[in-house]
Ligand binder design. Structure first.
Ligand code: NAP
Length: 309
């Protein structure tokens, strides 16, 4: 990385805790590449990206302080993704639809926020062979889990035009609240056309054989519980060969769920790394207003996670 100068602008990530975040490594590697003379036709930029541990009760003070010291933009992660919304002057339609913001930048009117997780979620699907709107209109999507990542997956599947989006949860009250939270939620051109259908875990034997896309948005199978999978081997064997099986977990890579799906004959499996890369690349593009070296971001994450390219 180039040295810090009197003109260095500040980017960062607010979270609590935030020490585990891979974003500083990913963004600083991309910034260093952009700053290398001759790396591309754009003039070098002088930025640095730092982690900021901010307790929930300090969020408002931190954001006001960021404005005072002219921070150019920041990511926002757990537990602040919803709490940041009332502190912003502008919120994008996609962030309103998800109900959470992960990227904030400074405009003439104040802070603007969006959610790049949906773009990140969609990127590997759009690169897959099934980037065919007709096929998506026939697709039944089954999303396992009803937390924050599931929200981005629901909006992504709605954007793809999926015929039905089932969200499967283990806690009936939370599931009900998740389903209700989409009522009256607006999209760019009006209400979301597809509303997620809340389904219990017990409905899976019926849903799995019909699913054209299955997304694991639970932490089941994530490091260190690498021997776990959200679906039993019997259910995994019910998945059709042409179903897209997408695990949002990025470590281990691949998860047991993806390995078992492949063994059961599934042709298209997607891990969570590309979503992580692409949500970061989308944020950096917003802050720098120029193309960003996505390959450098991917390689940095692979190295940080010990994944062989
Ligand atoms: P979250 O908000 O905590 O939601 C997790 C969901 O999984 C909740 O609905 C939870 O149900 C459910 N769940 C947890 N343990 C379960 C179990 N043993 N059996 C069944 N359901 C279970 O977490 P999140 O932020 O959505 O993250 C979910 C996963 O996605 C994590 O592995 C995370 O690493 C990954 N992720 C990846 C990316 C990426 O860029 N690739 C981005 C975001 C998240 P309860 O509410 O009942 O506990």
């Amino acid at each position: 990385m180039q040295g810090i100068t009197g003109e260095t602008k500040l980017l960062g990530v607010i979270g609590y805790p935030v020490e585990h975040s891979l974003s500083p490594a990913m963004h600083n590697a991309a910034i260093a590449r952009i700053a290398s003379p001759g790396s591309n036709p754009y003039p070098a930029l002088d930025y640095v990206y730092l982690p900021f541990p901010v307790k929930p009760q300090d969020l408002e003070t931190a954001v006001a302080g960021f404005a005072a010291i002219a921070v150019a933009g920041f990511n926002i992660t757990i537990p602040h993704k919803q709490a940041i919304i009332p502190l912003l002057d502008e919120v994008s339609p996609v962030a309103r639809a998800v109900g959470a913001v992960n990227t904030v930048w400074r405009t003439d009117r104040g802070w603007a926020g969006t959610n790049t997780d949906v773009e990140g979620f969609l990127a590997p699907l759009q690169n897959s062979l099934q980037n065919d709107s007709k096929q998506w209109q026939e697709t039944i999507a089954v999303i396992l889990g009803a937390g924050g990542a599931a929200r981005a997956a629901v909006v992504g599947c709605a954007q793809l035009g999926c015929r039905e989006i089932h969200v499967v949860g283990r806690n009936p009250e939370k599931l009900e609240a998740f389903a209700r939270s989409w009522e009256n939620r607006s999209w760019e051109n009006g209400p979301l056309e597809i509303r997620p259908i809340a389904s219990s875990w017990e409905a899976l034997p019926e849903l799995i054989p019909q699913a054209g896309a299955i997304v694991n948005a639970t932490p089941v199978g994530m490091h260190p519980n690498v021997e776990r999978s959200p679906l039993s081997p019997t259910l995994t064997e019910q998945i059709k060969a042409d179903t897209i099986v997408y695990d949002l977990i990025y470590t281990p890579n691949p998860t047991l769920f993806l390995r078992q799906a492949r063994e059961a004959g599934v042709r298209t499996t997607i891990d969570g790394l590309e979503m992580l890369v692409q949500q970061g690349a989308a944020a950096l593009k917003i802050w720098l207003n120029r193309p960003v070296p996505v390959d450098v971001m991917r390689q940095t994450l692979q190295k940080s996670l010990g994944i062989s390219p």
